[in-house]
Ligand binder design. Structure first.
Ligand SMILES: *Cc1c(COP(=O)(O)O)cnc(C)c1O
Length: 395
C-alpha cells in the first residue's frame, strides 16, 4: 500500500492575517480603486528600493508598455531584449508596434549576454529591455555603459526582482533605483511580494513619472482624487488616448503589508537556497544556480540544470509521481506560436525560422527545471524534493 504524502507545490504566496486586516481599510472606507492606499504604497516602495519616483499600475506587463512608450518606442523601432523570458517581456515591445531583437543568454545566470548586445544596435534601436531573470540581477553596469554610448534607453524588467541587490560603485543597492531609465516590477502571486496582480514603475525622471500617472488613468487632466477634495467644481479633460492601467486601493493595502514582510521573505529564501545547495551537492552533473560576485538574488525561483543524461520531461514526471511539482526552464518567446510570423529578429541577416543565434536560451529552456521554493516549504520537504530529483535522474 502506498502512503499518502502531501503534495509539494512549486510556489505558494506568503499571505495571511495581516493582509486580511489591511484590506478592511479600503473596503470600509468607500474609496476602492487608486487612491490614498496606492499613494502610500508608492511612497513606501520608492523608499524601499531607493527610487525617486514610483508609480503603481495594474501589472508588470502594463508597466513595461508604459515604460517603452515613455522611451519613445514607436512602430518601426527595434528594442533589444531576450527571448528567454516570460512572454510579456517581448509582447510589451509588440504593443508599441516595434520589433523585439532577441539576444542570447549567459548559460550560468540565465540573463542577457552583454557582449552580444553592441553588434545588434543600429539606427532603428530605441531601447534595451533587460531582464533580471527569476530575481538574478543582469549585468546592468555593462548594459548601461553600452546604452549610454549609443543614446538608447535602458528599461529594466524587474518583474521578479523586488529586493534583489546589485553592487554599484562598491556599495550594495536594491534593484529599482533604477540604474537604467525605468524599472518595472510585478506583484503577481508567482513573485515574492504579491497584491494578487499589480505592478510598479520606478524612475528618476520626473517627466516620465508624470506621463506614467497620466497614461495609467486615461490621460485624465485632473485625477478623481483631486476632484474629490475640490471646493470649486472641476471639469477634467482627456489629453490623449490613455489607458486604464490602475492598481486598486484594495491591492495596495495588501502590498503595503507584503512590503513589510519582504526582508523576512528574502532572508528565508536565502537560507532555503543554501540548504538546497548542500542537499544536492552530491548529485553528479547537476548544475546549481550561482550568484555573480556583484549580485544578490531574491531567489524568486530555484533553477537547476539537469545532468546531460537526464531528460527534462522524464525527470519532471517522476517527481510529479512523488507528489512534487516542478516547472521546465524559462520559456523562449521565439519558439511560441505567437512568434512564428517574423515578428522578431535576432539581428542582422536573421531568418527566424532557422535561427541559430539563441542556442543557450533554447538549451536553458530544455535542460533546466525549477524546484519548489516558497516561504513555508519545510526542511523535510526540501529533503523529499532532492531525494526525488536524485532518484529521477539516476534510478
Ligand atoms: C511575471 C513576469 C512579467 C509579467 O508580470 P505581470 O505582473 O504578470 O504582468 C514580465 N516579465 C517577467 C520577466 C516576468 O517574470
Amino acid at each position: 500500500m502506498t502512503k499518502v504524502r502531501q503534495q509539494i507545490p512549486i510556489a505558494k504566496p506568503w499571505v495571511g492575517a495581516l493582509e486580511l486586516e489591511a484590506v478592511k481599510r479600503p473596503l470600509l472606507s468607500g474609496w476602492l480603486t487608486q487612491g490614498p492606499e496606492v499613494a502610500a504604497f508608492e511612497k513606501e516602495f520608492a523608499d524601499y528600493v531607493g527610487a525617486k519616483y514610483a508609480c503603481a499600475v495594474s501589472n508588470c506587463t502594463t508597466a513595461l508598455h508604459l515604460a517603452l512608450l515613455a522611451a519613445g518606442v514607436q512602430p518601426g523601432d527595434q528594442v533589444i531584449t531576450v527571448s528567454h523570458s516570460f512572454i510579456a517581456t517581448a509582447n510589451s515591445i509588440r504593443y508599441c508596434g516595434a520589433l523585439p531583437v532577441f539576444i542570447d543568454i549567459e548559460p550560468n545566470t540565465f540573463n542577457v549576454d552583454p557582449e552580444l548586445i553592441e553588434k545588434r544596435i543600429n539606427e532603428r534601436t530605441r531601447a534595451i529591455l533587460c531582464v533580471h531573470q527569476i530575481g538574478m540581477p543582469c549585468d546592468l553596469e555593462k548594459i548601461v555603459a553600452i546604452a549610454r554610448r549609443h543614446h538608447v534607453a535602458v528599461i529594466e524588467d524587474a518583474a521578479c526582482a523586488v529586493g534583489s541587490e546589485i553592487l554599484w560603485d562598491a556599495a550594495w543597492e536594491k534593484i529599482g533605483r533604477p540604474r537604467g531609465d525605468v524599472a518595472c516590477f510585478s506583484f503577481h502571486p508567482r513573485k515574492l511580494l504579491t497584491t494578487g496582480d499589480g505592478g510598479m514603475i520606478t524612475t528618476s525622471n520626473p517627466e516620465w513619472d508624470r506621463k506614467f500617472r497620466l497614461w495609467r488613468q486615461h490621460s485624465m487632466s485632473i485625477p478623481d482624487t483631486a476632484r474629490h477634495h475640490a471646493k470649486q467644481v472641476v471639469f477634467e479633460s482627456y489629453l490623449e488616448a490613455g489607458y486604464n492601467y490602475r492598481m486598486t486601493d484594495i491591492q495596495a493595502a495588501v502590498g503595503r503589508e507584503q512590503l513589510k514582510r519582504l526582508p523576512e521573505m528574502i532572508e528565508r529564501r536565502r537560507s532555503l537556497v543554501k540548504r538546497y545547495a548542500e542537499l544536492a551537492a552530491d548529485i553528479p552533473g547537476l548544475v546549481l544556480p550561482q550568484e555573480p560576485a556583484w549580485a544578490r538574488s531574491n531567489w524568486q525561483s530555484y533553477c537547476v540544470r539537469l545532468p546531460r543524461s537526464c531528460e527534462q520531461r522524464v525527470v519532471m514526471q517522476k517527481m510529479l509521481d512523488e507528489g512534487i511539482a516542478t516547472k521546465p526552464g524559462i520559456m523562449c518567446a521565439h519558439r511560441e506560436p505567437a512568434y512564428q510570423n517574423q515578428v522578431w529578429s535576432c539581428g542582422e541577416g536573421c531568418i527566424p525560422a532557422k535561427c541559430i543565434h539563441l542556442t543557450e536560451s533554447e538549451k536553458a529552456q530544455t535542460q533546466c527545471i525549477l524546484l519548489p521554493l516558497f516561504h513555508e516549504i519545510t526542511e523535510e520537504d526540501q529533503v523529499r524534493v532532492v531525494d526525488a530529483l536524485r532518484t529521477a535522474c539516476y534510478r
